[in-house]
Design a binder for this molecule. Structure first.
Ligand SMILES: Cc1ncc(COP(=O)(O)O)c(C=O)c1O
Length: 356
């Protein structure tokens, strides 16, 4: 195609940020010196793992050793499973889940059992919802060693409320529960439950990342709040020579720049409203409520292949899901405003052409 708006592929398929991190991160990179590149961290001599864990612990009122640092949240998930799941034991995961949940138990000879979400509405918008009664029923029946709850969940975009979460944690005190909050910040910035739940439920771990809200996926930095029964995990995950010092400094810079991230998230929120409105006008399309940086959109099965081709010709890549739980859904990562509007315009153009 001539006159392409975008000369290179626009990746709206992997829940990465298209705005990028705060410009302060790029400024910092110009100043990086021998200390970050050639030397090990000296934070251990001060009795803490890192400046980052120290800072997060202070802000949330934890002891420093309750904060785990990891190579993104993928890494803490892997370490948790590898440390605690014995051969033949079960992990309870959402049926509608990020693909790695489905795989990780098998790395150590364990296996998955799944709990389904239900569908409903939030306001006027269609939404996936946690089905607490079903979750509890399946938990009681299966007695898994580990439970994973993603909030917001990928690819459905819904959250579990802190009240529902509290109820569930109360029921499943015998299991280790991981709350994956990789998409924290886009739909809610609530932190009020973190300290009380970690204090009350010693088998709980809440995992967050710098990859999504803070737009630092390439630096691979994640952190978790860990309950007091997870002592062995704290030891298992500790890296005594320190962590990636450049990543750590970038994370701290991002962590402190609320203004930039609130501005970006505000624009993404407006664009999500635009997506709901526009997709709801398209025949056979259903957009689902999203508390994340992506949106799940159901669309007529018959157009998927042609739409995919049409968008690729315009250098737009979105994710046409093809798995057991999702045969007709597409997951669209929110891009910049310009990308988002271009995507909607392109889909409209495709639908118009498809009619003739
Ligand atoms: C639900 C969920 N959890 C965790 C991750 C991993 O993120 P990271 O390892 O970059 O922190 C992803 C990545 O897309 C995800 O979708």
């Amino acid at each position: 195609m001539n006159n392409l708006k975008y000369k290179t592929i626009q990746y709206l398929d992997r829940n990465e940020s298209q705005y990028g991190p705060t410009p302060k991160c790029f400024e910092y990179l110009k100043t990086v010196g021998i200390e970050e590149l050639a030397w090990y961290s000296r934070d251990f001599s001060r009795g803490v793992k890192s400046k980052l864990s120290e800072r997060i612990a202070k802000d949330f009122g934890f002891k420093e050793n309750q904060i785990i640092i990891s190579y993104g949240s993928e890494d803490i998930l892997k370490q948790l499973i590898h440390r605690y799941l014995a051969r033949g034991e079960k992990v309870l995961i959402p049926k509608e889940a990020w693909w790695y949940y489905k795989k990780v138990a098998y790395e150590v000879g364990g296996f998955n059992v799944e709990y389904p979400m239900k569908k409903g509405k939030i306001g006027k918008i269609d939404s996936y919802l946690y089905d607490l009664d079903k979750l509890i029923k399946i938990y009681d029946r299966e007695k898994p060693r580990i439970v994973i709850i993603a909030s917001p969940n990928n690819p459905t975009g819904n959250m579990i409320s802190k009240e529902e979460l509290g109820k569930f944690l109360d029921v499943c005190r015998g299991a280790i529960v991981m709350i994956d909050e990789a998409y924290w910040g886009f739909g809610s910035k609530d932190n009020s439950y973190v300290k009380p739940y970690i204090d009350e439920f010693p088998n709980l771990i809440i995992c967050r990342t710098f990859s999504k809200y803070f737009a630092l996926a390439g630096t691979r930095m994640g952190f978790s709040f860990a309950g007091n029964n997870l002592e062995e995990l704290k030891g298992y995950t500790t890296r005594y020579l320190g962590y990636n010092l450049v990543s750590e400094n970038l994370s701290l810079i991002a962590y402190d720049d609320n203004k930039y991230y609130e501005k970006v998230t505000g624009m993404m929120q407006e664009d999500k409203e635009y997506f709901y409105k526009e997709f709801n006008k398209m025949k056979g399309f259903t957009p689902y409520k999203s508390f994340a940086n992506f949106m799940l959109v159901d669309m007529p099965a018959g157009i998927r292949k042609d739409l995919d081709k049409f968008l690729k010709e315009r250098n737009l890549l979105i994710k046409f899901l093809d798995e057991e739980a999702f045969k007709t859904e597409t997951r669209i990562t929110l891009g910049t405003r310009e990308q988002n509007y271009y995507l909607i315009d392109s889909i409209k153009e495709f639908l118009k052409k498809a009619k003739h």
